[in-house]
Design a protein around this ligand. Structure first.
Ligand SMILES: Nc1ncnc2c1ncn2[C@@H]1O[C@H](COP(=O)(O)OP(=O)(O)OP(=O)(O)O)[C@@H](O)[C@H]1O
Length: 251
């Protein structure tokens, strides 16, 4: 990864207002090709709104979102997906009546805009299921999946769209400590083995800091910190955002 290479994703002065309320306030950050970036912040800090503006679920009020140098801010979710951004949802919503494979095949077709032959879609789907470490038998029904399995399927569906950039939304919610470590290791492997760039949104820092290359911390819709995970742990502004002012913290 060269320091001079153009970033894969560049968010510039991104702003989103809901009526008179500014949920995201001139947020800027970049993500290099092959990087894992953690987008952190407490509840209500604007992470999901930022994420949804990148993923095309929300139209930015102002600012720009560049993918590989091309403006994607304001495109629809399916257009953004076809440009190479795959996303997971905080709350998994698979097609419950379908098998793991059928869910992933549909995602592959969605990512390719319906331009894939059945065989190719199935191949992408099987590869994505393997990468997400789902059961050997892809014809398994989704009904028996627990929280961790549903998160894996969510990841497999995003991977089946063949993303250059994966936006992972609160992948740790509802998981126990061991499952959280596995989920973090999986995102790292996806980057290491496939070179997929990852932006990982979480409100808890924990295990995320052991995997990401860099973190951006939001508070009240604005960036309050950008740097390495080590620097984030030592930063007083980050501590204040998470723990409150020093005088209010337990000794
Ligand atoms: N559609 C909306 N209409 C009005 N206000 C909204 C809307 N969506 C989000 N907000 C507000 O914008 C602010 C940022 O919300 P956002 O969901 O982006 O935060 P977050 O950091 O993702 O929080 P969480 O970790 O709880 O998901 C919050 O005050 C929220 O109430």
């Amino acid at each position: 990864m060269s320091g001079t290479a153009a970033p894969l994703l560049k968010v510039e002065a991104l702003t989103k207002r809901f009526g008179g309320f500014t949920a995201v306030d001139r947020v800027s950050f970049s993500v290099a090709e092959g990087e894992i970036l953690g987008l952190l912040g407490p509840n209500g800090s604007g992470k999901s709104t930022t994420f949804n503006c990148i993923a095309g679920m929300l139209k930015p009020t102002a600012g720009s979102v560049l993918l590989g140098g091309e403006e994607i801010g304001g495109l629809t979710a399916d257009q953004v997906c076809r440009r190479g951004i795959g996303r997971t949802f905080q709350i998994p919503r698979p097609f419950r009546g379908l098998s793991l494979l059928e869910n992933a095949v549909l995602a592959a077709h969605y990512g390719a805009g319906g331009a894939l032959e059945r065989d190719e879609a199935e191949q992408r789907a099987r590869d994505a299921l393997r990468l997400a470490q789902l059961p050997e038998d892809p014809h398994t029904a989704t009904a028996g999946l627990g929280a961790a399995g549903l998160k894996k399927l969510e990841l497999a569906r995003a991977l089946a769209t063949k993303p250059r950039l994966l936006l992972a939304d609160e992948s740790l919610g509802g998981l126990d400590a061991a499952e959280m470590r596995q989920a973090a290791a999986m995102l790292k492997r996806i980057r290491d083995e496939r070179g997929i760039t990852v932006v990982w949104v979480e409100h808890i820092m924990g295990v995320l800091l052991s995997v990401v290359d860099r973190v951006v911390v939001l508070d009240h819709g604005a960036v309050v910190f950008e740097g390495t995970p080590q620097a984030a742990q030592a930063d007083e502004r980050v501590a204040e955002v998470y723990l409150g002012p020093p005088e209010s913290r337990a000794a």
